[in-house]
Design a protein around this ligand. Structure first.
Ligand code: NAI
Length: 475
């Protein structure tokens, strides 16, 4: 559904009306486009004492073609840049309303060496000087240490404090700027996550804390990291599931899209469009099944085994049956819990038991911010979606030995048929009560799923990533 307010206040006429009336003007978010460079421009670098990841950071920035300038808090950056043969200058804080050309595209702060609360001042120094230099739809990324890698209580305390900083920056920055924290183990690579959070693909992901706690290797081709992988997407006929199937295919995967009999035509259309757009063509498949049917897990496993197994399983199919608990029928409760939660358990059980899901596989389960915050009239839905998060936490350690990761993606307000059916007031509140002042698009969820499904994300498991524009709900 179109967001007419967003379109209006960003039209030439609407811009002046909004300005004269003092109306909020949400930014038109910069999203990925095939005809536009994904990265570019300049990153300003700040740091606390003893930053540990300058070399890795420089390697990523060089690989994606971003240049850098060092804030005075990052004194060691220039020698490291010189060692890498990378050009880097000094960051000069803005002294006046600057020209667009003086702005930087990203602010990156290496906080990995911060081991005591007294050292957090370096964050203040950097962001105080640099925040106003950040371009519209710019990116803030803070690198911290994973809890397990903190050597003392004081270090763990200071590292946790970073979360408050990053989330507050996301709320202050506005203008389509995102702010996220990567908590990285000493031996883990953060390239996959840093690329995602610096790119337009993460346009609607802000205020998130991602833990990367084990090493991973780079994909052969960052533009098509899923090449050679096979993926299953449930609920793929329309909405978020159709977008996930499309983006996974764009990123190189061969996709089996699954949906119910009633959605057969829409599913066929979605998979045909994917097939037409695929350079390799041919191999994508539509699978009609009700995920709650008793025979579904075995049938799905058989279909996937026939094509050689599966590497990526995306549990997206979901329903709402809203009523306050006193008015809710038992059938409304049961159907939501069964589709949104229990079917995932049964399907994964068979796929894992039969090794249909291959080693180094990926499971991504779609949750909801309703599962984090709860929602009036949605006891069944919120229970199911919180259960999805619980399952991700409990399964992650069990799957490590096989190199399989499992993560949850929790969308906020996403423009789909589901949200188009909401009453006007509820829909407008959902759209506006977040740092971006607008709803997300299915592609925002899909890009997040594709990032977590990538071989480069092997170190990310047991995480919950919200795609909610930093919604105030459940924050
Ligand atoms: P949608 O209703 O547009 O699409 C859901 C798809 O799942 C449909 O194609 C439907 O036929 C399929 N499906 C339903 N029951 C099934 C079953 N038993 N077996 C196989 N397929 C089945 O929903 P939307 O908005 O695309 O949501 C996708 C996921 O994202 C859901 O899990 C939803 O809970 C979640 N979500 C959506 C949000 C939003 O704002 N749209 C917000 C938070 C979470």
């Amino acid at each position: 559904m179109k967001d007419r307010y967003l379109d209006f206040v960003n039209s030439p006429f609407g811009t002046s009306i909004a300005r004269s009336l003092g109306l909020p003007r949400p930014e038109v978010l910069r999203r990925h486009r095939a005809d536009r460079a994904e990265f570019g421009g300049m990153a300003a670098i700040g740091a606390g004492p003893s930053p540990a990841r300058f070399d890795d950071l420089l390697a990523v920035l060089s690989a994606i073609g971003m240049t850098s300038v060092a804030h005075e808090s990052a004194a060691g950056w220039l020698p490291v840049a010189a060692r890498h043969g990378a050009m880097s200058g000094r960051f000069e804080p803005r002294v006046r309303e600057s020209l667009a050309s003086e702005r930087v595209e990203a602010l990156i702060f290496d906080a990995t060496g911060i081991a005591h609360g007294s050292e957090l001042h370096a964050l203040y120094a950097f962001f105080h000087d640099a925040l106003r230099s950040l371009a519209k739809s710019g990116r803030i990324v803070v690198l911290g240490r994973a809890s397990a890698a903190c050597a003392s209580v004081a270090a763990a305390t200071a590292q946790h404090a970073l979360e408050g900083m990053v989330r507050s920056l996301g709320k202050e920055a506005r203008n389509g700027i995102t702010s996220n924290l990567l908590r990285v183990a000493d031996d883990a690579s953060f390239e996959s996550a840093l690329r995602f959070f610096l790119s337009p693909r993460s346009a609607y992901v802000s205020g998130q804390v991602v833990t990367i706690d084990s090493p991973s290797s780079a994909p052969q081709d960052w533009a098509r990291p899923l090449a050679g992988k096979r993926a299953l997407v449930t609920g793929a006929a329309r909405g978020i599931g159709a977008s996930i199937a499309t983006v996974l295919a764009e990123r190189g995967a061969i996709v089996t899209g699954l949906d119910i009999e009633a959605a057969r035509d829409a599913l066929d259309q979605t998979m045909l469009a994917i097939e037409d757009a695929s350079p390799s063509g041919g191999a994508h498949a539509a699978l009609v099944a009700d995920i709650t049917a008793p025979e579904a897990p075995a049938d799905i496993a058989a279909a996937l085994t026939a094509s050689g197994g599966v590497d990526i399983v995306v549990h997206n199919a979901g329903i709402t049956r809203d009523k306050t608990i006193a008015r809710m029928t038992g059938e409304m409760w049961d159907s939501v819990i069964d589709i949104n939660l229990l079917a995932q358990e049964r399907i994964d059980g068979v796929l894992l038991e039969q090794n249909t899901l291959r080693d180094d596989g990926r499971i991504v389960a779609i949750s909801s911010i309703g599962g984090i915050a709860g929602n009036r009239g949605q006891t069944n839905y919120a229970t199911s979606k919180a259960g999805v998060i619980g399952r991700v936490h409990a399964m992650a350690p069990l799957l490590r030995a096989r190199g399989i990761t499992i993560n949850a993606v929790a969308p906020g307000f996403i423009e789909t048929q589901m949200t188009a059916r909401m009453p006007f007031g509820v829909r407008e509140a959902g759209r506006r009560l977040n740092s971006m002042g607008q709803g997300g698009l299915p592609v925002d969820v899909a890009e997040t799923v594709a990032w977590l499904a990538s071989p480069g994300s092997a170190g990310i498991t047991g995480n919950v990533v919200r795609v909610c524009g930093q919604s105030l709900i459940g924050a």
